[in-house]
Structure formats: C-alpha cells, structure tokens
Design a protein around this ligand. Structure first.
Ligand SMILES: [Cu+2]
Length: 301
C-alpha cells in the first residue's frame, strides 16, 4: 500500500502542475444601481413598515457581463436565490486554475477596483490602492478597464470574498461592492445546491445578500437526500454568527451549529440534507437578527 501511495505521489509530482487546469475568464463591471434593501417594505415579525427613504439606496454594485462586455446577465438564481447584485457575481474555479477577471468601472464619479482573498497573484493584480506604490489595478478610474490575473493555488479550495480596495473602498463596501469566489478542489464533486450567504449591513439594516427581514432575504430550497453547500461570508465592521435551525455539522472539535465570522472571514460547510421543513437561518447576534439578518430555508421531501 505504501509503495502504491509512493508511486502515486511520484506520478503527481512528475505530472505538470497545470494538468487539467483551466483558464477561466470573467467580465465584471462596477455599475451604478438603485438597490432596495427591503423590497416589500416591512418586517413581518414586528409589523414595522419602512418608508422608501429608509430602504432604497443609490449605490454601485458588481455585475457580471458576457464576453467582451456585450450585455449584463443575472446571476444564477439556483446558486444563491435572491442574488442579483449583492453580493456581486459568484466567480467559480477549481484548484490549479488561472482566473482572469476583466474589470470595468462604469461609475462616472469615483475610482473602484477588485481585491481578491484566497488566491495568489503578482503585485500588479492585488487591486489595492497604496499611495505612491500601486499601479492602475488599485485605482481603476471612471470608464477604465483592468484585468486581474489570479491563480487558485493548492490551498485555495473554499469560499473567499472579493471587494473594492480603491481609494473609495470604505464607502463602496458599505454600499455593497463585494462578492464571493467559490473554488472547488481539482476533482471535488459539485454539490447539488450551493447557497451563498453574505452577512453585512446597508442603510443601517443588518443584511443577508443586501436584503433585510423575512420575506426580503433569500429563501433557499433543497430536497431531502441532496448535498447542500453553504458558502458563508462576513463583510464590514462586525462579527456575525451563522446558525441554521434543525441542522448541525461536524467541525474540528465535534458537533457545531453556530459558527462565528469576523470581517472578511468566510467558511464553507456541506451536508447531505435529511431534515424536511421550513427552517430559519440567521445571524445569532440578537440585535442583528432583530434588524433584519434572518432568512428562510425550505427543505422538501
Ligand atoms: Cu450578525
């Protein structure tokens, strides 16, 4: 057995590092947009009604475009449910891949950029503005385009955030200019369902994917027997605690049903679904839950 493993190891070492790896290209724009944090205008738990001025933001969001900027398309609703602007497009790859992200700034008012967690890149593709040091990738001016060249290295499997890191980063992130990178292992099976959950805040509400309160936040769907994958991220100023009713999973120290995330932290968890019902998922910081950070997860037989 040891010899077989050794031979296998030699084979892997001898194989070119890029064997089977792909080059994945995405076109992503920063686009001025109107965003409604509470589309139905109310919180059904407390019967609070929110006027338009407390829930509609004029902001800038990442949008995915077809090759060569021909047109915008909506994100895959099967992946994230209510996911059409916050977070930005889910960018997918596998370990070993090269990822080219062509970024264009459609905001006439301010510079923007894209900075990626979890992957490797040369300094020019860092996407961060460093006065006196950084190049155009950290400060993409209105109307300009920049291509970030990223490598999904051996430890890149998982879910990672990306966000604006230009001179406008604080205001831009507060307005929803962030998204997720989803990276599978070289030969890892895709799950049957992939749910992206980003905890953040917008206009004073505590949001999941830019929405607040039940009836507005994403409703995720699965069937008993399916492998579901939750890609959970926190962006912004606060810590959040991810909790799904009726479910638990195994972490390094045993069973888990709440997981804490600080700003820019992320984690991925999978299970095979075995619990039919209409379940809550939410941040368990009570004040966050009360200000909108709560959603519904529906599992059918
Ligand atoms: Cu929270």
């Amino acid at each position: 057995m040891a010899r077989v493993l050794l031979l296998f190891g030699l084979f892997v070492l001898a194989a070119p590092a890029s064997a089977g790896a792909a080059v994945r290209e995405y076109w992503v724009g920063a686009v001025p947009t109107t965003w409604n944090v509470i589309p139905n205008g109310h919180d059904p738990m407390t019967h609070t009604v929110f006027p338009a001025a407390e829930r509609i933001a004029h902001t800038v969001l990442y949008r995915r475009f077809t090759r060569g900027w021909r047109s915008q398309f909506r994100n895959d609703r099967e992946v994230s449910g209510d996911n059409d602007g916050i977070p930005g497009p889910l960018l997918r790859a596998r370990v070993g891949d090269t990822i080219l992200v062509h970024f264009r700034n459609f905001d006439p008012a301010r510079s923007h950029s894209m900075h990626f967690h979890g992957v490797s890149y040369a300094e020019a593709s860092d996407g961060s503005y460093v006065p006196g040091f950084s190049g155009p990738g950290g400060n993409v001016r209105p109307g300009k385009t920049f291509t970030y060249r990223l490598q999904a290295g051996p430890n890149a499997a998982g879910v990672w955030s990306y966000h604006d890191h230009s001179p406008s980063m604080h205001a831009s992130i507060s307005g929803g200019l962030y998204g997720a990178l989803s990276i599978l292992g070289r030969r890892e099976q895709r799950p049957d369902r992939e749910f992206v959950v980003v905890f953040s805040s917008l206009m004073g509400h505590q949001t999941i994917n830019g929405r607040a309160y039940l009836g507005n936040t994403p409703v995720f769907h699965a069937k008993v027997g399916e492998v579901v994958q939750w890609d959970v991220l926190a962006i912004g100023e606060e810590h959040h605690t991810f909790h799904v009713h009726g479910h638990r999973w195994v972490g390094p120290e045993g069973g888990v049903d709440v997981r804490t995330l600080g700003p820019a932290e992320s984690f991925r968890v999978r299970w095979r679904e075995d619990a039919p019902g209409a379940w809550l998922y939410h941040c368990h910081v009570e004040g966050h839950m009360g200000h909108g950070m709560i959603g519904l997860y529906r599992v059918s037989r």
